[in-house]
Design a protein around this ligand. Structure first.
Ligand code: OGA
Ligand code: MN
Length: 254
C-alpha cells in the first residue's frame, strides 16, 4: 500500500515554486521576482542589481562595526517624522577610516564602481523596528551606482517599478528619471514616487548579513528601493529575522 505523505508532497510543490521564481537569475537565488516582468526588463534588472554574499568576512564585519559603533551609539534613533523615507534610524557620513576598513572600501570601489566613489561614506544604523520606506535616491546628489554592505542582520530589500508612464517613455536606460510626481522637493536626498504593487512587477532581494549589493542604472533609477519592516521581512515564504542593521553605503557623484 502506498502511503501518501502529504507534507512531503506539499514541500516538494513549494520547492518547485521557489525554484521557478528564483532559479533564472545568477544572484545565488537571492532575488525573487513578483508580478509579470517584461523579459527585457528582467534581464536588465538582473544585470544592474547584484548581490554578493559574504563580501566581507566576520572579522571585517567586526572591524567596521567597531569603528562606527562609538559614534553611532551616542546618537538617538529618529522615529519622529512620518513623512521621511526612513524611520527608526541614526546615520553619519565618514571620510577617514582605519586602514583595514579603507581596504574593504577600496574593494567595494573596485567591485562596484567604474571610477571614484564619494569621499564621504554613508553609515546608516536601522533599529530592529526601523524601516526604510520606498524611495529613489535623489539624482541631484547621487550618480548611477549605489552599493551597500550589510552588517549585523539579514534583511529584505524590495525594488518596485515606478510609474508605467516612465516605462512608456522608454526611460529604462541609464538616465535619471524625469518623473516629477515625487511628493518631496528636489532638494530632498530621497524622493518618494508612487510605486504600487498591484498590477506591477517588483523584486524582493534577500540581503544576507555581510553581503554587498550593487544597484546600478535602471535598478537605481526606475525602481524604488526599501528595507521591509521586521514584521514584513519574508523571503520565499520564510521569515527573515531582521534585527538592528548597519549599512555602509557608497555612492558615486552624479
Ligand atoms: C538610503 C538607502 C539602503 C541601505 O539610505 O537611501 O536606501 O542599504 N539605504 O541601508
Ligand atoms: Mn536609498
Amino acid at each position: 500500500m502506498v502511503i501518501f505523505n502529504r507534507s512531503a508532497a506539499i514541500g516538494q510543490i513549494l520547492r518547485r515554486c521557489h525554484r521557478a521564481v528564483a532559479a533564472k537569475n545568477n544572484n545565488n537565488k537571492l532575488t525573487c521576482f513578483h508580478g509579470r516582468w517584461p523579459t527585457a526588463e528582467q534581464r536588465d534588472f538582473e544585470q544592474h542589481m547584484r548581490i554578493i554574499p559574504d563580501f566581507i568576512t566576520e572579522a571585517e564585519e567586526q572591524q567596521l562595526h567597531e569603528e562606527v559603533e562609538p559614534y553611532m551609539s551616542r546618537l538617538r534613533y529618529e522615529f519622529d517624522h512620518w513623512d521621511d523615507a526612513i524611520h527608526g534610524f541614526r546615520e553619519t557620513e565618514r571620510k577617514k577610516w582605519y586602514p583595514s576598513n579603507r581596504e574593504v572600501l577600496e574593494r567595494v570601489r573596485q567591485t562596484a564602481f567604474e571610477g571614484a566613489i564619494m569621499s564621504y561614506v554613508h553609515v546608516l544604523d536601522l533599529a530592529a523596528d526601523g524601516v526604510i520606506k520606498p524611495h529613489v535616491d535623489s539624482t541631484r546628489y547621487c550618480g548611477n551606482t549605489i552599493s551597500g554592505i550589510s552588517l549585523l542582520s539579514d534583511s529584505v530589500m524590495r525594488l518596485v517599478r515606478t510609474s508605467a508612464e516612465k516605462y512608456k517613455q522608454g526611460n529604462a536606460g541609464d538616465g535619471p528619471s524625469k518623473d516629477t510626481s515625487d511628493n518631496t522637493t528636489d532638494d530632498a536626498y530621497r524622493h518618494q514616487p508612487e510605486a504600487k504593487l498591484e498590477n506591477n512587477f517588483y523584486a524582493d532581494i534577500l540581503l544576507p548579513r555581510r553581503s554587498l549589493y550593487i544597484m546600478r542604472h535602471s535598478a537605481r533609477y526606475n525602481f524604488t528601493h526599501e528595507i521591509l519592516a521586521k514584521e514584513q521581512s519574508q523571503f520565499l515564504g520564510n521569515p527573515i529575522n531582521k534585527t538592528r542593521r548597519i549599512s555602509i553605503i557608497c555612492r558615486n557623484d552624479p
